[in-house]
Design a protein around this ligand. Structure first.
Ligand code: SF4
Ligand code: SF4
Length: 442
């Protein structure tokens, strides 16, 4: 089968998953876009029905109405956890987006220009480590210089443009966290062999959280190995329907980690970004038709664990008390895609002195959804407003999460809605507890 035919049939190849939907509608109450719009076509069941119409030739894949309903989907996969028939909606969505692209469909939404720019960046910048490094260096320069900070604090941008202020806030939020006072990575000398998948956004804009992850693992009996040749995981590409670039990136990461995985039976790849983790665990699905990579992808995916999931398997080492009031927002790709539902709370309750208030609807999408907040700002804003209202109701002074996109979206939301609450990666809290206990001063 040629590459072209494969693309043409991206949705048709998933027909079993489409037909697996029994139209029960149990997913409807979990779907944020259906809840907001009340339109069946913006529900999981409705979208699957439209996909079926495309595969049966009753609906043109390039039609603006098909694109619009598919564009509006957050890819949050809340419908998957609600579905009694086990419909793998996330894969269907990616295939639908790939099919739209192949048939020349274009976004019919309000942010068509932003989408094209983001598509360009995904195709031309993210797969190239040099270009990506330069782009992120520019972002860090903008974020960290004192003039930018002065402008940010003055509120002048919000008086000029709300949209620009939101984009600005997303960037400035990446400097928030609680691991800034400790620096340095850790190699550890424990019995468990791990390697952290550092990711592109995490390593470039959230390096303190990555370093905290390594220190925390070292304290918890791990030996860490750095794998230098790793590249972007490809999650943003897969979610936007660019499955070929996602596959290319997956192959490069499998090559990079192969000798580490071969070095020890229990070697584990640790990820602290939920969106990346969900795709790393699905490289086996992504490459199932590639004879040279299918088995290697399966071994890779089997070896991936979210850092909270990995730590919560054993007894998490106890640190010093932390006098903070926290709440936790579960990233969709941790809760729904990876089904890691209780490990983060186990981590939080292992920290002495911490006051933890559960967040109402913690598993509901915050509206960040990768680049959805830039491509579908209206829907994203509605979901964010709802989420921030619930965070405020907890009275917490720190909101923790486990994904860079959620971190930025929530941090920007707290700023825009003037809620006095910080934001951090959950591992940074454990790291702070260990720092206070003196684990790093030896
Ligand atoms: S992925 Fe989220 S937004 Fe999309 S159909 Fe499922 S529940 Fe709705
Ligand atoms: S819950 Fe599952 S089977 Fe039922 S309508 Fe939704 S996707 Fe289809």
């Amino acid at each position: 089968m040629t590459g072209q035919n494969t693309l043409q049939n991206a949705l048709s190849a998933e027909i079993d998953k489409v037909l697996g939907c029994i139209h029960c509608g149990l997913c409807l109450p979990s779907c944020p876009t259906y809840q907001q719009l009340g339109n069946e076509n913006d529900s999981p069941r409705g979208r699957i029905y439209l996909m079926r119409a495309v595969t049966e030739g009753r609906l043109d894949a390039a039609s603006p109405s098909f694109s619009r309903h598919i564009d509006l989907c957050l890819g949050c996969r809340a419908c998957e956890t609600a579905c009694p028939a086990g419909v793998n909606y996330g894969h269907l969505l990616e295939s639908a987006r790939e099919t739209i692209k192949y048939h020349g469909g274009d976004s019919a939404g309000p942010a068509r220009f932003q989408k094209r720019m983001l598509g360009y960046a995904l195709r031309n910048i993210f797969p190239n480590p040099k270009r990506l490094g330069t782009t992120f260096a520019l972002f860090r320069f903008l974020r960290d210089n004192s003039l930018t900070r002065l402008i940010f604090r003055s509120g002048i941008v919000s008086r000029i443009s709300k949209k620009a202020d939101f984009a600005f806030s997303l960037l400035m939020t990446t400097s928030q966290g609680i691991s800034r006072s400790v620096t340095g990575e850790a190699s550890g000398a424990g019995a468990r062999q791990v390697s952290v998948f550092t990711g592109c956004v995490m390593e470039s804009l959230f390096k303190p959280a990555n370093d905290a992850t390594k220190r925390v693992l070292a304290v918890n009996d791990c030996s860490l190995r750095n794998v230098g040749e790793q590249v972007c995981c490809g999650a943003l590409h897969a979610h936007s329907g660019d499955l070929e670039t996602a596959r290319d990136l997956a192959r490069r990461n499998i090559n990079a980690f192969e000798s580490f995985l071969d070095s020890d039976n229990g070697a584990t790849i640790i990820i602290n970004a939920a969106g990346c983790g969900a795709l790393l665990k699905e490289y086996d699905q992504l490459l199932k038709d590639d004879p040279a990579y299918a088995a290697r992808a399966e071994k890779f995916s089997r070896s991936v664990r979210d850092v909270t999931e990995y730590l919560a398997r054993g007894e998490v080492k106890t640190g010093a008390p932390i006098d903070r009031h926290v709440t936790f927002d579960a990233p969709c790709h941790l809760f729904h895609a990876q089904r890691v539902t209780t490990a983060p709370q186990q981590i939080l309750t292992s920290i002495p002195g911490l006051k933890y208030t559960p967040l109402d609807g913690m598993q509901d999408c915050c509206g960040g959804a990768g680049i959805y907040n830039l491509s579908e700002p209206e829907m994203s804003e509605k979901l964010l407003a709802d989420k921030i209202g619930k965070v405020k109701a907890t009275g917490a002074d720190l909101l923790v999460t486990a994904n860079p996109g959620c971190h930025m979206q929530l941090g920007a939301g707290l700023k825009i809605f003037s809620v006095d609450c910080g934001v951090a990666h959950i591992v940074e809290l454990l790291d702070e507890s260990y720092r206070k206990a003196g684990f790093y001063s030896k």
